[in-house]
Ligand binder design. Structure first.
Ligand code: C2E
Ligand code: CA
Ligand code: CA
Length: 510
């Protein structure tokens, strides 16, 4: 059936099912008798039920209460039809209904480990559990590989509290562990729902399903295992996110997103040992915007690769112009996202870019998050990082201490330097526990032959203690905040003059 015909049938069924039909039926019959005698009366009396049957109105066995008695799986059109029907029945009874959408996380992993038959078994099991919970007249159906929907039969009391209770009950039942092939499997479940009292009086099934879909998206974003009710503010937030996605994509192409640079100092000489390129959105009205406020929109748009290209391009061009101006900056560190690291052409592209700007690979630092190397067993990522190191780029392990990377993976990924996360650095001069942690990391790095940099150094006290403990490099607001290219050149020139005047800034003398 085409989408068009199914929509037409839906509309026809709605116009035949609504309470208005009941109200007008006697008048229609009378008018028919009056205008056309018994023949027309018979025509109306038999014709309307016939039309109802042809429009598919009896297809779900509404009289026995189960809307989908024979159906286990449907698509989004089918779900909207069921929601239309649930709303119409609720209105006819002057009651309410609700739509719950459920996504199960863990079935794909089960399929990878135990095969398709096990996954199919799990899908059926979840549907069976859902149905075992519901009352007569409620509907439970699968709407995709890992998605399920529940529509409630007409109900008098469907306030937020009772809907939340139902959602929590559905979730708890579906999340009960299951044993497959003798191994206990855990499936986590997110639920988004909307009750019809929350929608405008004349809302259609499509609106009910849409609202539950928005609530589910919100639950998934806050998951695993989250439950969310649809609210008007959710719709506003969703519209705002959509417009941010569009605006950020335009900003990327208009050149409004570019890197700023934060200096890094060598603790033994006090000189600038490098800078880190950090993305900034220079917004014409809102000023400078940090990555935390626009990265999610870029990720949702699949634009992180494009961001990477733009940042690298600006960075290499800045490095070239600093060289030409005689500003001494040995290396620029660039952050690489997981997406970029999965690109099989990454090493070639970087080689080509370095050649284009006539720069040697040692001038480029590759910053990779510890969580990336701790969690990946992706061959391409390993090859890319090791390939860049072989090319001569320095690989830094970012946010070190937060991601549980193994010592073997430090070798496998050819890491050259640990960037110790700010959470260990903060208050290191005042907190004995922090000092012990940093000393332990520095000791380990030393034995493994890795360089170290402390991130987020905010005070002179922290800077001094890190130097004394033997951390090789420091970076943070206490030294300088990220700044645009030209300002950075001025800052470096001033800094070099300052240390020429006070040669006591080195490691042992602070
Ligand atoms: P990160 O790589 O750990 O970068 C350091 C972050 O700490 C930066 O935030 C920097 O402005 C901030 N920071 C530096 N010194 C201090 C300090 O003393 N105190 C405090 N509180 N913060 C300090 P920013 O620029 O907001 O960047 C946030 C994160 O976004 C970065 O964390 C990095 O993971 C990511 N990022 C930034 N630019 C890019 C990029 O071009 N590509 C990719 N893939 N990620 C980027
Ligand atoms: Ca970084
Ligand atoms: Ca970091």
């Amino acid at each position: 059936m085409t989408a068009q015909t199914s929509k037409m049938r839906r509309r026809l069924r709605q116009s035949l099912l609504g309470p208005h039909v009941l109200a007008f039926l006697p008048a229609l019959a009378l008018a028919a008798f009056w205008l056309g005698g018994e023949t027309l009366l018979l025509g109306v009396a038999l014709g309307i039920p016939l039309l109802f049957a042809l429009s598919g109105g009896f297809a779900f066995g509404a009289s026995d209460g189960g809307l989908t008695r024979q159906l286990d799986l449907t698509d989004s059109h089918g779900l909207i039809e069921l929601a239309d029907l649930a709303l119409a029945r609720a209105r006819l009874a002057q009651m309410s209904t609700a739509c719950f959408l459920i996504e199960a996380d863990g079935i794909a992993a089960l399929e990878r480990r135990h095969g398709e038959v096990a996954a199919r078994g799990a899908r059926d099991l979840l549907l069976g559990r859902l149905r075992s919970l519901l009352r007569d007249g409620d509907t439970a159906i699968r709407t995709g590989d890992i998605r399920y929907a529940v529509l409630l039969a007409p109900n008098l009391r469907l306030d937020l509290e009772s809907l939340l209770q139902i959602a929590n009950r559905l979730q708890a039942t579906l999340e009960e562990p299951t044993i497959f092939d003798g191994i206990t499997q855990y499936i986590s479940v997110s639920v988004g729902f909307c009750g019809s009292p929350r929608l405008p009086h004349n809302a259609m099934g499509e609106q009910l399903v849409d609202a539950a879909t928005t609530a589910l998206a919100e639950a998934l974003a806050n998951g695993p295992s989250a439950v969310r009710a649809w609210s008007d503010s959710m719709r506003t937030a969703r519209t705002a996110r959509q417009s941010l996605r569009n605006e950020v994509a335009r900003a990327l192409e208009n050149g409004q997103i570019q890197p700023w640079y934060q200096p890094q100092l060598c603790t033994s000489t006090g000189r600038v040992s490098g800078v880190e390129a950090l993305a900034r959105w220079i917004h014409p009205d809102r000023g400078v915007i940090a990555p935390a406020q626009f990265f999610r929109a870029l990720e949702d748009n699949g634009r992180m690769d494009r961001l990477g290209e733009i940042i690298l391009n600006h960075t290499l061009s800045a490095l070239r112009s600093w060289d030409k101006a005689g500003v001494e900056i040995p290396r620029v560190g660039v952050n690489f996202s997981m997406n970029e690291l999965r690109n099989p052409k990454l090493v070639d592209r970087i080689k080509w870019e370095l050649d284009r700007f006539d720069l040697t690979p040692d001038r480029l630092g590759i910053e990779v998050l510890e969580t990336v190397i701790a969690e990946t067993d992706d061959g391409i990522v390993v090859r890319n990082i090791a390939g860049l190191s072989k090319l001569g780029c320095q690989v830094d392990l970012d946010d070190f201490g937060t991601g549980h990377a193994s010592i073997t993976s430090l070798r496998r990924f050819a890491i050259a330097r640990l960037k110790i996360d700010r959470s260990f650095v903060s208050q290191v001069d005042r907190d004995e526990e922090q000092r012990r942690m940093i000393a332990a990391i520095l000791g380990m790095a030393d034995r493994l032959g890795l360089e170290t940099l402390a991130e987020g150094v905010e005070s002179l006290g922290e800077h001094a203690l890190l130097s004394q403990l033997g951390c090789d490099h420091v970076q943070g607001f206490g030294i300088a905040r990220p700044m645009p290219k030209d300002q950075l050149a001025e800052w470096v020139t001033d800094h070099n003059l300052r240390i020429a005047e006070t040669p006591t800034l080195g490691r042992n003398t602070i």
